[in-house]
Write a protein that binds this ligand. Structure first.
Ligand SMILES: Nc1ncnc2c1ncn2[C@@H]1O[C@H](COP(=O)(O)OP(=O)(O)OP(=O)(O)O)[C@@H](O)[C@H]1O
Ligand SMILES: CC(C)(CO)[C@@H](O)C(=O)[O-]
Ligand code: BAL
Length: 284
């Protein structure tokens, strides 16, 4: 596996693949890789001839009081894992490479509406930071396909919307959530949890599962959301939001929506955990 830090070097590596009509996949990450990321890489290998992984802790998507400095950086171990997964090329740009004019001088990509809800309401500017860096990474690599995890469900919707609105010639693939044995969605930020908090953390998925059962049994959306928030608090988590939405566009669900998604975010110690569960409801 080769590693490059600059855009010209990246393009020089990708160009011969393109010339040979090979299909190229991109898996954007912020590093500190776990089984969730490696599943994306495996899926990328199944869908393309060449796999490029990027590791970049994007300052533009962090708020001023968030964990940019504390975010775990484990490049040596990440490289070992990527090598074992058969990644062809690792792109590890610095901030200067991605934002040569500085963050304030950077042209931004905004996806209105979708970016303002849920995680976007709690993290103002976050999704503009995500859309901007993903747009740049897609332009740098010019992959045929790019893969993202459904754990970050809203992020995936924002990226799909951006790609459609800007006519970007790339296929966006969502990969199902990879979980620990006790149901906790894998996430780099799980590493912030103390042993006691780690024991409490699976309550997030448990509460989502119970909420899905209640919805399928015919309980009203608002009652299910309220009950889920109470259950999270009882389990020792501080709910940010629990929200039941249409899985098609994250709008408030109407009776006719059969594909729903229950999304939740909750604080636990130093971590802000997110998770979601998609379900089908009988329409009527
Ligand atoms: N458990 C998971 N299952 C599937 N995809 C995942 C999982 N965790 C992360 N991903 C995906 O991996 C990609 C890179 O994510 P990122 O590097 O931010 O990891 P993370 O574990 O989500 O980190 P964080 O704790 O900061 O949210 C994203 O597309 C994300 O949705
Ligand atoms: C997509 C992404 C790599 C953009 O920085 C990040 O938001 C992430 O890791 O989910
Ligand atoms: N995985 C989402 C990236 C973030 O929370 O900034």
């Amino acid at each position: 596996m080769n590693r490059v830090e600059r855009v010209a070097a990246l393009r020089a590596r990708v160009a011969p693949w393109r010339a040979a009509a090979e299909r190229v996949a991109l898996v954007p990450t912020m590093g500190n890789l776990h089984r969730g990321h490696l599943t994306l890489v495996r899926e990328a290998r199944a869908r393309a001839d060449r796999v490029v992984v990027s590791i970049f802790v994007n300052p533009l998507q962090f708020g001023p009081s968030e964990d940019l400095d504390a975010y775990p950086r484990t490049l040596e171990e990440d490289m070992r894992q990527l090598e074992a997964e058969g990644c062809d090329l690792l792109f590890t740009p610095t901030s200067d490479v991605v934002y040569p004019r500085g963050q304030d001088g950077q042209t931004r990509v905004e996806v209105p509406g979708l970016s303002d809800l849920l995680c976007g309401a709690s993290r103002p500017g976050h999704f503009a930071g995500v859309a901007t860096v993903v747009c740049k990474l897609l332009n740098m690599v010019q992959p045929d396909v790019a893969l993202f995890g459904e754990k970050d469900f809203q992020q995936l919707m924002v990226i799909r919307c951006m790609v459609e609105d800007l006519d970007m010639p790339v296929e966006v693939v969502g990969v199902p959530i990879v979980r620990e044995a006790d149901g906790l969605a894998m996430s780099s930020r799980n590493g912030y949890l103390t042993p006691t908090e780690r024991e409490r953390a699976p309550a997030l998925y448990r509460v989502l599962t119970e909420a899905a059962g209640a919805l399928q049994a015919g309980d009203a959306v608002e009652a299910v959301e309220t009950a889920a928030r109470v259950r999270l608090s009882e389990a020792g988590l501080r709910p940010d939001y629990v929200s039941i939405r249409s899985a098609a566009d994250l709008s408030q669900p109407c009776r006719a929506d059969d594909r729903l998604v229950i999304l939740a975010a909750a604080y636990l110690g130093r971590a802000r955990l997110i998770d979601n569960l998609q379900l089908r409801r009988a329409s009527g």
